[in-house]
Design a binder for this molecule. Structure first.
Ligand code: BGC
Length: 398
């Protein structure tokens, strides 16, 4: 197996509006951060002030060597009240896309990354069918204004996480733990993706459209125990397969993974002895990327090109980040050597940012942010990954 990536392989880095922009007070997450009794560590506040500093951030990622910037547009800014569209907010996102293009970077635009306007949440949120209609209408308006500048579009970020963490773990809004509402929300999210794909494809502009899915390397322990195997199968069947099946007709499938999960016959097992545990509470496990790419490819029957739309590590140890990346990217090379059509790798995240209920503690960024001054500091991992991107090869370690 070589160390080079195929010609045209794309290198990106990602953010999401609520995690970096700051001041997104009109969405369900801001409300959740400020509500009594939720598990949020702290409010998002000014975040990384990316709303004002996007130009500097885009010029930084371009200088590092990346060719894609994946970011999301904030529905609550674009449609602050039902049917009321802010052209100023849409124009802002035109400027973000234009800044990417001016730096030779492809804008990869996510239409929904976990947050919905407060009025959508009040009207029922993802467990109410009205949200599907509202989201389709929002996407129509947004793509009409931005489509000519979009390089690739992701419909809904990790719909399986929105449903699972919001309706089974109760850690994301609406924080209702209910099997029934989990099922309804899942169906609505699937329907929303299916409805929005043709809307985005109808342009203006011509760009690939896909879904981004949170995947986990589920591992039975012991490996041949039928009850443990069944637990893994159940998790995949509930959280991954319906989305993988739906993605079959899309232009690409975005694979996003961070770690593994081991299941014993009785249920989830904690981290294995001797495997480091990260600030997110899960194991350091960069091999999950290869496993998830292979599974996505197998379940979609090798019909849909794969793009790693998120992969990364929240750590204070930047050397550990580079080690993680080296192993994860080795896994991508192994997949490519076996003929999997993997088109790109996107690191999560460009910046240390608001990690949802965990607040600002887990640091996923390749660029540090001093939130008192908003000063950006490039970490060694950013230089390393940028060099890999420019060489299109893992052979950069000297
Ligand atoms: C999400 C990001 C999040 C990242 C790291 C993904 O599930 O799309 O918003 O920050 O994981 O936890």
């Amino acid at each position: 197996m070589g160390t080079d990536f195929p010609e045209g392989f794309r290198w990106g880095t990602a953010t999401a509006a609520h995690q970096v922009e700051g001041g997104n007070w009109n969405n369900d997450w801001w409300a959740w951060e400020h509500a009594e009794g939720t598990p949020c560590a702290e409010p998002s506040g000014d975040a990384c002030d990316h709303w004002h500093r996007f130009e500097q951030d885009i010029s930084l990622l371009a200088a590092l060597g990346f060719d894609d910037y994946r970011f999301s547009i904030e529905w609550s800014r674009i449609e602050p009240e039902p049917g009321e569209i802010s052209l100023a907010a849409l124009d802002h996102y035109r400027r973000v896309c234009a800044a990417c293009l001016a730096h030779g970077v492809r804008p990869v635009v996510t239409f929904h990354h976990f947050t919905s306007p407060r009025w959508v949440a009040q009207a029922g949120g993802w467990h109410d069918a009205s949200t599907v209609e509202h989201f389709v209408r929002f996407a129509e308006r947004a793509v009409a204004h931005l489509g000519d500048l979009i390089g690739a579009a992701c419909t809904i970020n990790e719909p399986n996480v929105v449903a699972f963490v919001g309706y089974q773990l109760g850690v994301f809004p609406p924080g209702i733990v209910s099997d029934e509402l989990f099922r309804v929300a899942t169906d609505n999210l699937l329907a929303a993706h299916e409805r929005v794909v043709p809307v985005l494809r109808s342009g203006p502009g011509e760009f690939p459209v896909g879904l981004t899915l949170s995947m986990t390397d589920y591992q039975p322990h012991p490996g041949d125990d039928p009850a443990a195997v069944a637990r893994c199968e159940e998790a995949r069947a509930t959280l991954e397969d319906p989305y993988l099946e739906l993605a079959a007709g899309d232009d690409f499938l975005g694979v996003q993974t961070y770690s593994r999960m081991r299941f014993g016959p009785e249920g989830a097992l904690g981290p294995e002895d001797d495997v480091p545990v990260l600030p997110m509470g899960y194991e350091y496990y960069p091999d999950s990327l290869e496993a998830c790419l292979r599974r996505a490819w197998a379940v979609t029957g090798g019909q849909v090109p794969l793009v790693v739309t998120e992969n990364g590590i929240g750590t204070d140890d930047d050397t550990q980040r580079i080690d993680y990346l080296r192993t994860a990217l080795g896994g991508v090379l192994a997949c490519l050597a076996d003929g999997l059509d993997v088109r790109g790798y996107t690191y999560w995240s460009l910046l240390d940012n608001f990690e949802w209920a965990f607040g600002y503690r887990p640091r996923f960024g390749i660029v540090a942010v001093d939130r008192a001054t908003q000063r950006r500091t490039v970490k060694p991992s950013a230089e390393w990954l940028g060099a890999v991107a420019l060489a299109n090869s893992l052979a950069v370690d000297g």
